[in-house]
Design a binder for this molecule. Sequence first.
Ligand code: NIG
Ligand code: FE
Length: 412
Amino acid sequence: MNPTITNFSALPSADGVWQNLRLAQANGSVLAGMSLIVREGRLVWIGLDATLPIEHAELPRHDGGDRLATPGLVDCHTHLVYGGQRANEFAMRLDGADYEAIARAGGGIASTVRATRAAGEEELYAAALPRLQALLNEGVCAIEIKSGYGLALEHERKQLRVARRLGHDCGVTVRATFLGAHALPPEYAGRSEAYVDLVCNDMLPALADEGLVDAVDVFCERIAFSLAQTEQVFRAAQALGLPVKLHAEQLSDMDGAALAASYRALSCDHIEHLSQKGIDAMKAAGTVAVLLPGAYYALRDTHLPPIAALRAAGVPMAVSTDHNPGTSPALSLLLMANMACTLFRLTVPEALAGITLNAARALGIADTHGALHLGQPANFVLWSLQEPAELAYWFGQRPVHTIVRQGRIATS
Ligand code: NIG
Ligand code: FE
């Protein structure tokens, strides 16, 4: 593969008056005849075309053509950097094998660990770049990228360094999440306590010290780490002042969400088997529920996450691709919004908040992303669509017209 080398700083500045826009509102309504003003890469004014302040009159004009405008999208849960792919497991599952059985037989995450360890940093970068580009081309302006396919210091470092480089080179906000406790590496078979000690006492402090960690995640599951081991990792994160997140209650109810909430987790993700106790704890802690319909679909799961109870409790819901080579090889956040509506019965405004504001909350970046934030780097998208509901309605098409990312016109 010969990926395009991006040169974000060479893209044109978005400075100017973006006129004649229809701004999508959080409740699904639209404000017509609106302008956005970008100066030195930052969004400095939002208002009616007719009330443009005189001091901005000299700026270049961009005609929005009465297009729909939204904040840049946020993909808040991905495993984007890895070696290889697992189409063979897709075929095995079609043949009747289940995800847990494949994992217990040494496939699953462990197979991607082998491929990721074997790949050099440049190879991982070259493999991840087109995946990231696909998400960016759909309007993603901030993304989370987890480690968790290295499971040894040097290989976790490699993944996180690639995540940082991608953010820098592509001009996209990347939140790097350390997921050293994703699976037990083969050299620690039968010694999970020793591996969790290594994660907490060596890997996490070293990687945090190198500035490679924005948050810490654990896969709390019967094929991964126990509740007590999860808490050990959370304590280590807390000691370093890092926020936590959790792969919680995906295949079974481990009581992980309540534990994560007690550590004021940014989010609990998957949560198909989430209990009312978990929901109440998440509500009290302000923890976001991250819904991953791609994994639900690809695993042909039938156990729906408790959407009605989350809604009734007022837990904010986000929606993400969970891009990974095993359970969700998805590269369209809009498709996930569609699936969150169709499979999980989210309303359209819920799905749209799920890929913007609530996704930003799940990453702890809601002050700068997920909405049109005055004074912050400009991240917004113009769509060739009539109404916001179309963002979740169409699937398989790319309705982007113009992307402004980090103050530059990034449309490909
Ligand atoms: O989010 N659930 C655990 N982790 C990933 C899957 C990882 C894999 O199978 O490679 C997920 O679905
Ligand atoms: Fe995941």
